[in-house]
Design a protein around this ligand. Structure first.
Ligand code: ARG
Length: 555
């Protein structure tokens, strides 16, 4: 709302002053709601800022403005607090969790996220991708933009040749049955160790992959088994994280769709043969894109091109966001360049993110010191349960609450900082009930829930005048920002914008609550308090939902 008022005032001044632009700030400090710096005009018009103020004052009229004043080179604007508050809080009250919903006329998009590799353990990078991608999907959908969420499973490629060779030589079906990902991963590691001694293994693997690509029955059935077993494990993880996808078409899905791509590249004169391999030259700034190896096997980028085409044709995608770690930056540059050379009408964005650090060092799933991700999540849930049992021994459904708190803590820790930054993975820190954590936000909402228990909001009895008080109005302005915050998160593809906003909303409310009793005897003031508290809770819960975090009624 305030943003709209600002835009209206800006337009009014542009029209009346016949200028190109007017800067209007939203001061963080001080009591003014909007402020126009006058120095620029002073310089251009060769007047003192005070004289500029006097020139603008008579033309500045807007129904939302209460008063204006001149202070130190600025024109300060104060808006009508009561009317503004009424408008904002009634809107939240009527829309409930739909508050913040917006209608952007933007083309459908695809978000490619999580996308782990079959037969390998789910890395911390994939975990980040999962949560960032899931939050972005929620954010775009809140803006009424059609999103298709795709899990582009890494289920094809030369590594499957290696896996099959290793399995046939040293594998044990029972091990794979019992603990598929670990067993397959061990076979893969063994393949690499042994191939240092026996170089023919690599050739065998290439040959097996080639046969697999040609549909060899035995290999296909082994591959299918690896895929099914791994996917079952991943699905369990998605279940815990409460994440789902519209499509699980992985790389293998594009097997029969790559010839058409190669043909199109050929028709458009983009292909070259380089030492037997088929490539697309990408000029001086980028290494060439390798489309087919000399033995005819296709590559990662070939499958990505087929996937891109499929997404354009099937989902009408005009934009595809790839939520993938920094290390694949080159790949996505190449992909975007080839798509451009093909003349495809689609925009590719690499949504990159930083590393996960454990005690300041890169956390990876390979080295023995980090446990499986699932074990990490289990531990978070376990610790959350201890904390909850300690704080609230009589709580019902402790296990469910502990799961929401433990998982929520991990997700919030992942999303609270700008995504390109590295994040620290410190379980005890992220599980704290105070500070910048998920549990803090869940707890802030639960506290409001218990305040409002047994109370009924009755709009007719709300004393809107109460909202003129500074610490009330500060909160109302924050609530009002929610839609704008969602838009900014969308524009920057950055869930952290919402995470940071929720922290400041909760902190501001909690300090308000330190000053002001909510349940007062005066019925009109009581109603004003209830309406405000409920609005804040609605925004916190909806913000958490956008981030992929469950809100709770009790904890
Ligand atoms: N499976 C890949 C990996 O784990 C990520 C795939 C990302 N998506 C894509 N369309 N390339 O490295």
């Amino acid at each position: 709302m305030i943003d709209q008022i600002k835009e209206n005032i800006k337009q009014l001044l542009i029209d009346k002053l016949h200028v190109e632009d007017v800067t209007i700030e939203r001061p963080k400090r001080g009591l003014a709601d909007l402020a126009i710096p006058l120095f620029g005009f002073a310089k251009a018009w060769k007047l003192s800022p005070q004289k500029v103020y006097e020139k603008i004052e008579p033309i500045l009229s807007h129904p939302a403005i209460h008063s204006i004043e001149y202070v130190g080179g600025f024109l300060n604007i104060f808006i009508k607090r009561v009317e503004f508050s009424r408008y904002v809080l009634i809107e939240v009250y009527e829309k409930q969790e739909a508050f913040g919903e917006q209608f952007f006329d933007e083309e459908p998009i695809v978000i490619d996220y999580s996308s782990p590799n079959i037969a390998k353990s789910f890395s911390v990078g994939h975990l980040r991708s999962t949560m960032i991608g899931h939050a972005l999907k929620n954010i775009y959908e809140k803006c009424s933009i059609k999103v298709t969420g795709v899990n582009h499973l890494g289920d094809w490629g030369t590594q499957f040749g290696k896996m099959i060779v290793a399995y046939e030589k040293w594998g044990n079906p029972d091990d794979v049955e019992a603990d598929p990902i670990n067993a397959l991963q061990a076979l893969y590691v063994r393949f690499h160790d042994e191939s240092e001694k026996d170089t023919s293994l690599e050739d065998q693997a290439r040959e097996v992959f080639r046969a697999l690509e040609e549909g060899d029955k035995k290999y296909v059935s082994l591959w299918e088994n690896f895929r099914t077993k791994s996917l079952e494990e991943f699905m369990h993880m998605y279940d815990v994280l409460n994440v789902s996808f519209d499509s699980y078409h992985g790389e293998a899905f594009y097997n029969d769709k790559m010839d058409a791509i190669v043909q199109e590249l050929e028709n458009k004169g983009l292909l070259q043969i380089d030492e037997g391999a088929t490539i697309v030259d990408l000029g001086r700034d980028l290494p060439p894109a390798l489309i087919k190896r000399s033995d005819g096997a296709t590559l990662y980028i070939t499958r990505d091109l087929a996937a891109l085409k499929y997404r354009m044709d099937t989902y009408g995608a005009k934009r595809v966001l790839y939520v993938v770690g920094n290390e694949q930056q080159l790949h996505f540059k190449q992909l975007a360049t080839v798509a451009h050379l093909l003349g495809w009408n689609v925009e590719i964005e690499h949504i990159n993110f930083g590393l996960v650090l454990l005690d300041g060092k890169k956390m990876s799933t390979r080295d023995g010191k980090t446990k499986r991700l699932e074990a990490v999540i289990d531990q978070a849930v376990h610790e959350a349960k201890l904390a909850i049992s300690d704080k609230n021994p009589s709580l019902e459904e402790k296990d469910q609450v502990a799961k929401a708190v433990g998982v929520g803590a991990i997700i919030f820790n992942d999303l609270k900082n700008e995504r390109h930054l590295d994040i620290d993975f410190n379980l005890s820190q992220m599980l704290k009930f105070e500070g910048q954590t998920g549990p803090y936000l869940q707890y802030s909402s639960v506290r409001i829930e218990s305040m409002l228990k047994d109370q009924r909001i009755d709009i007719a009895n709300v004393d809107f005048d109460v909202y003129q008080i500074d610490h009330y109005f500060e909160l109302i302005k924050l609530v009002d920002q929610f839609p704008e915050i969602i838009e900014r998160a969308k524009d920057q593809n950055s869930p952290s914008v919402i995470a940071k906003y929720l922290l400041s909303l909760a902190q501001t409310f909690n300090s308000f609550y330190g000053k002001e009793r909510i349940l007062v005897a005066d019925v009109h003031r009581l109603q004003a308090n209830l309406l405000l508290a409920r609005s804040i809770q609605i925004v916190i819960n909806e913000g958490l939902r956008l981030l992929g975090i469950e809100s709770l009624k009790a904890m």
